[in-house]
Design a protein around this ligand. Sequence first.
Ligand code: HEC
Ligand code: HEC
Length: 371
Amino acid sequence: MRNFTYIIAGGIFLTVAACAASQTGAVDPAPTSAPAVVAEAPEAGSPADHYQTYCALCHGENREGYKNDSAPSLKTASLFSVSDYPVVLSTAYGRPGTPMGPYLDDMGGPLTMSEIHDLVLWLAAAAGQETFQPSVEMLKPIPGDIELGEDVYDQNCAMCHGPNGEGHGAEGPGTALGNATMLATQPDLFLKNAIVDGREGTPMPAFANMLSEDEIDNVVAFLRSRAGGWDVEEMAYEEPPSLENIIQNPDGPTPSFELSEGRYIDSAQLNAALEAESRIILIDTRVPYFWAMAHIKGSLPVPYYSSRDEFIAAVPNDGTWVVAYCECPRAAADFTVNKLRELGYPNTAVLYEGYAGWTAKGFPISVGKVE
Ligand code: HEC
Ligand code: HEC
């Protein structure tokens, strides 16, 4: 069992590291090969080879971007300024509705999570970002005024990122900032760093000297508030449910889940159960700041490193279904479900695609607030 000290020291990307571990049997954060500057063909199956096979078409042979479909540069330092994690998730789950597809095998792509992790560490090293010092602090929400942020957006950003965050404004290329998967996987600090520092050598300007820090925080808060959809009438941050209220729809029907491999349900099954207002306990086993960024409505944050005793004591052992999910896509949720099963709770399931997969398939999300 990991302890909290390790979480801080070992970083926020444990979930991703744990995914790599579950695929390969070992956590090896070292890139498997050095960045290639050589002209000869990279070794088959190496990160450099995967890059040329799967990414160069749009992001360019030398990671410079803008080869096809206005794909952004993958060589800017600010892309890796928070850590490898935002880039891993962008590569794994893509940006649905844009030319950037999902590359994770679970999502129909050609690469395992561990191969994606190696590819991103290779990209980071090539961008001059060799080591990360991730901390939970990096996931902290950035507070700001949503309405003031909307004005900042309309005046300074919409011309490139589109009036509705759809990407490609009237004045040039810009990524789809309203993309639900983008917002669900990129922490506020990732957005802020891109805005403050820009992306060197690309059309994305550094706003450090053009906007005040408050204005930048406000536009970050505005973007975060669009995570559940650009057109939300009134943005409400969800609070985590209390332990007394962990059962959603206590009087609702029991969902009839069909488990694969004895434990997994897919996003469509979970969404159908939620739409049918079924009696269910839904738990989010990620670090709570992830829950704040975006989560499935009604879920309770029960981080995998917490003792879970209080939570487990609140679960009635009467056949109520408990569904767990994480980002990773499954390791942390599997861990919690194993624990529940050991304690004699058979009606437990894990969301197969994980949280980011849920968003990438277009299912609805909420934005939360945790302290
Ligand atoms: C068919 C073209 C295409 C291919 C192939 C492609 N991408 Fe992309 N990628 C894009 C586009 C377009 C975007 C921007 C999408 C948007 O509007 O948000 C993007 C965005 C990204 C981002 C987010 C960048 C940022 O600024 O935050 C990452 C990371 C990324 N791609 C990595 C990869 C990797 C790694 C591969 C290969 C495994 C790959 N892409 C293959 C088109 C592509
Ligand atoms: C002149 C066009 C332009 C303007 C104006 C502009 N951007 Fe960008 N922005 C871009 C481009 C192009 C990229 C992708 C750069 C790259 O990495 O290649 C980008 C990237 C970003 C990213 C990283 C997004 C991602 O997909 O990972 C964020 C966040 C961002 N911009 C926010 C803003 C905000 C907020 C504003 C207004 C305050 C703004 N931008 C104004 C063109 C622009």
